[in-house]
Ligand binder design. Structure first.
Ligand SMILES: Nc1ncnc2c1ncn2[C@@H]1O[C@H](COP(=O)(O)OP(=O)(O)OP(=O)(O)O)[C@@H](O)[C@H]1O
Length: 911
């Protein structure tokens, strides 16, 4: 849309300038179309690039903003044109020929239009610049994104390589660990610790199974060796047998020698003796040879056993832990053997000594024989000596034989042990060589793996380098490309610079215009204000009539409202259903026997004994109703006490149905009592200057037909109701504290004191509050300062005791008496209501302290509100029906028109 061209003449300019203005507008229009074309071009170019301008939102669209401004400016322009025409018409008729300046409002508006046009032009230029900027940003973002993806791909590749290297390292570590374990001899643990199928592990498992096969072979070899040992033992036994035989033969020989000796002794032949001695020496030689053989055997044994296993143990360091205990035991055995060898050596030495001794003896004997031969008379002596010495020799020979046998057995035993040790050593040696072979094979395998790994790493590294090279080349290419693009963009920017400069100058001129405009605008506003003020003063005269009409209307509304209250009836019965779950023992089902008609707020029904019982009252409050709503409904009644009416508001219902909540409320959510006081004080404040009010307050509790003053210094004191001695016929409670109050704050203080006193002198507050009535009385006396009329009103706010006992006593009969004693007042209230309903001549007010006290507020000519509180619980449905039945009876009571107490107690009918 374009503003209508041609007809507009800006105010503040001479009419002759209209053609100049038109030209200006034409030029602006041309600029607009040029700009629009530029924008279209720009849009089409961005479309052809394939880059969507997602960032440009609807609100930032300069075209749209421009159109919006045009939308605003076109009606303004039209309006101005219209005004202009009117002004020109007036000029032509000569009515304004006196040279009166044009209206400032029109001047302001024409300037506003010019400003808007310039502003829209500026917006377009800015939009264009913004678009270029956006294009640049998008391009930059695209390039960045490409770089990011490239970087990400390269990083991913690097990460893959690194993870591969890491897994290979893990394999190497595992294999090294395995090798270490193998080296420490814990071959058995390898299988359990072995990780699942890494590279080369399969081969290791195979080699271990080979090892196991070899071990079985070794076992077989050991069995063969054992057989060999057995054979050797057998040979040893044979040898010992032959030795035994030899010894036996020797024995036999000695026996023979003895026999021959005996024969010689018999024959006494010297030559035979010589022969025998020779034979004996031969035998001795044989014995010597035997001994040397035995000695050789022993020596061989010693050389076999003397071989130290230390060099093997030293060599086999890897198996040291395994064979340590074997080594130590072997050492012990070796020591034992060395000891035994020492013993054998000493024995051999002893034997050699003996033989030498015997040789010496034999030589001595030979010498003596020689001598004897030379001295024949000595033959007898020699024979005798031989006879004496041969048994000792025999004995010593036997002993030596015995020792020899023991020694040979010991030697054979040691030999066995040595053989065993030898075998074990051999075994462990074999095992260690096997293990060494395997370890070397593993080492070669690991070397191979390492080599492979290194090759892989080299390969990877070369790949990595290639990738880096590739990525850098790619990024460089991209960078070049980007640089080229940047250069292009920069050149575009450079070409745009003069346009921007142009725009800047335009903008600056516009700014200066705007500055001037604001000054001019202020002046114009001031002018306009003046004009408006004059117009208002003109209007205010006519407004005065309207004000009077409004006041009349308010008074009428008040009157109709009062009439409505009167029509509603002076006894109003309101019902409030308590919300669910407010008492601690109310858990479980939330189904309620009470149904509230949502379309009619005067009806509710209760499902009781299989039937729906309907009740109609003046108003039913829902469980979710607020304290404010309840008070709003009774506010007019409360306020009427200020005008000289006696009002009684009482809450009736079973224990826990919410009476105290409705009347007293909570600190955060005050009830009727506090709200009533607040409203009264507000009204009294409003009437200040017209009326003067005196307010006094008293608080009592009636418990078991005993009245106590809750504001007294001694709340325990019992009070009584009497007739006022002034003869007015009014009731009066001697000793009752009636405190004059001067502010709402003061009232609040007194309410707190009353509540405190009630709580202090009762042992169980809950029990007591359920069985006692709390009565708050406010006496309001007002004086009309203009007429001097005096009104006295009374507001009784009563929180009654729990009503369930009355109902129960009524239902059960027997407990009626007890109920009367506990709560006589409630019963009396029912009787009073019944009498009022039946319009009886006598109303039994005096039947209870409560009704007696409320006499002047409950009877005819007064205003009464009954708040029937009901519980929503299924278990309380009987009490609910009872309360509602009583409420409906109260509904039917007609108290007649309310009476206003004017001039200190004089009763005057209002209607
Ligand atoms: N409309 C309501 N909204 C929220 N809570 C409520 C409402 N009515 C009653 N209650 C709560 O229910 C409980 C019982 O109420 P309340 O003490 O006022 O019952 P009552 O009829 O005065 O009992 P009593 O006869 O024993 O004094 C209180 O905890 C009270 O705060």
């Amino acid at each position: 849309q374009q503003p209508p061209a041609g007809d507009i003449q800006h105010q503040g300019q001479h009419p002759d300038d209209s053609t100049g203005n038109n030209k200006k507008k034409q030029s602006i229009k041309a600029t607009h179309t040029d700009l629009c074309r530029d924008l279209d071009d720009l849009e089409s170019s961005s479309d052809s690039d394939g880059v969507s301008n997602s960032e440009t939102e609807e609100d930032d669209d300069p075209e749209r903003r421009c159109l919006l401004l045009q939308d605003i400016s076109s009606p303004l322009t039209e309006f101005l044109a219209f005004k202009q025409e009117a002004a020109m018409g007036r000029t032509s008729t000569g009515a304004e020929a006196s040279g009166k300046p044009p209206s400032p409002l029109l001047v302001v508006m024409s300037h506003l239009i010019t400003f808007l046009e310039h502003y829209s032009q500026m917006q377009r230029l800015q939009g264009k610049a913004q678009e270029y900027r956006n294009q640049l940003r998008q391009e930059e973002r695209r390039r960045r994104k490409q770089l990011r993806t490239l970087r990400g791909a390269y990083r991913q590749r690097m990460r893959d390589k690194l993870s591969l290297i890491g897994s290979l390292e893990i394999v190497i570590n595992e294999q090294q660990g395995l090798l270490e374990r193998l080296q420490s001899g814990a071959v058995s643990q390898v299988l359990t610790v072995f990780p699942p199928s890494p590279v080369g592990v399969h081969k290791l498992v195979e080699s271990i199974s080979d090892m196991q096969g070899e071990r079985a072979q070794l076992r077989e070899e050991i069995g063969g060796l054992k057989q060999d040992i057995e054979e050797k033992e057998r040979e040893k036994e044979n040898l010992s047998c032959t030795l035994q035989q030899q010894i036996d033969e020797l024995k036999g020989g000695i026996q023979q020698r003895e026999e021959e000796l005996s024969q010689l002794r018999m024959e006494m032949g010297v030559t035979d003796s010589e022969k025998r001695i020779q034979n004996l020496s031969v035998e001795n030689e044989n014995l010597k040879q035997n001994l040397s053989v035995t000695q050789g055997l022993l020596e061989r044994m010693a050389t076999v056993t003397a071989q130290p296993p230390a060099h093997l143990i030293k060599e086999n360091e890897d198996l040291r832990n395994k064979v340590q205990h074997l080594e130590s035991s072997l050492q012990q055995k070796v020591e034992q053997l060395v000891l035994t060898k020492g013993q054998v050596d000493t024995l051999r030495w002893c034997k050699e000594e003996e033989i030498r001794h015997m040789d010496e003896k034999i030589q001595g004997l030979q010498l003596s024989l020689e001598n004897e031969r030379k001295k024949p008379p000595h033959v007898e002596y020699v024979t005798k000596t031989l006879e004496i010495e041969s048994p000792t020799m025999l004995r010593s020979l036997m002993e030596a034989e015995e020792r020899n046998r023991v020694l040979s057995s010991q030697i054979s035993c040691q030999g066995e042990k040595c053989q065993k040790l030898e075998d074990r050593l051999k075994e462990s040696e074999d095992l260690s060589t096997n293990l060494r072979v395997k370890i070397s094979s593993y080492e070669t395998e690991i070397e191979k793996l390492k080599h492979e790994l290194m090759e892989e790493i080299h390969h990877l590294e070369s790949k990595k380098e290639e990738a880096i090279k590739e990525a850098s080349e790619c990024s460089e290419q991209h960078l070049d490309h980007l640089r080229e693009q940047l250069a292009g963009v920069q050149s575009r920017l450079a070409s745009l610079q003069p346009v921007l400069k142009n725009m800047k100058t335009n903008y600056n001129s516009l700014r200066s215009q705007v500055k001037n405009f604001s000054q001019f605008y202020e002046i114009s506003i001031r002018e306009a204000k003046k004009q408006i003020c004059s117009a208002i003063t003109e209007v205010s005269d006519s407004n005065k009539d309207l004000l009077a009409k409004y006041q009349r209307e308010v008074q009428l509304r008040k009157k109709y409202h009062n009439q409505l209250v009167e029509l509603k009836g002076n006894i109003r019965v309101l019902c409030r259903v308590r919300p669910h779950g407010q008492n601690n023992d109310e858990e479980g089902s939330i189904s309620s026997p009470i149904t509230i008609n949502m379309n009619d707020d005067t009806r509710l029904s209760v499902f009781y004994k299989g039937k729906e019982k309907d009740f109609e009252l003046d108003k039913v409050f829902l469980p979710q109703s607020k304290q404010e709503e309840v008070f709003q409904e009774i506010e007019p009644m409360v306020m009427s006490c200020i005008n000289g009416y006696n009002v009684c508001i009482f809450a009736y219902g079973q224990t826990g149905s919410g009476k105290t909540y409705t009347m007293e409320g909570t600190t955060e959510n005050p009830g009727i009592n506090q709200r009533a006081m607040q409203a009264l004080y507000k009204e009294m404040e409003a009437r200040k200057g017209l009326w003067h009010y005196t307010v006094s307050l008293s608080m009592v509790e009636i418990y078991n037909e005993v009245i106590r003053d809750l504001l007294s210094k001694d709340p325990q004191e019992k009070l009584d109701i009497k007739l006022n001695p002034d003869g007015s016929g009014q009731l009066h409670v001697p000793g009752l504290t009636s405190t004059e109050v001067n502010s709402f704050r003061h009232i609040k203080k007194l309410l707190t004191l009353g509540k405190k006193n009630r709580a202090t002198f009762c042992t169980n507050m809950n029990e007591r509050s359920s069985r006692s009535h709390a009565l708050l009385t406010i006496n309001v006396s007002g004086k009309d300062l203009t007429t001097g009329t005096v009104t006295t009103g009374k507001l009784n706010l009563v929180d009654l005791a729990g009503s369930e006992r009355v109902c129960k006593s009524g239902a059960e009969g027997e407990r009626l008496k007890e109920a009367q004693n506990i709560n006589k007042s409630l019963l009396a209230l029912g009787e009073v209501i019944q009498a009022l309903r039946a319009k009886q001549g006598h109303i039994p007010f005096r039947n209870s302290k409560l009704t007696y006290l409320l006499q002047d507020s409950l009877g005819k000519g007064n205003k009464t509100v009954m708040m029937v509180q009901v519980s929503p619980l299924e278990g309380n449905v009987g009490e609910t029906v009872c309360s509602l039945k009583f409420a409906q009876r109260v509904c039917k009571v007609e108290l007649g028109p309310a009476s206003r107490r004017i001039d200190s107690g004089a009763i005057k009918a209002d209607m």
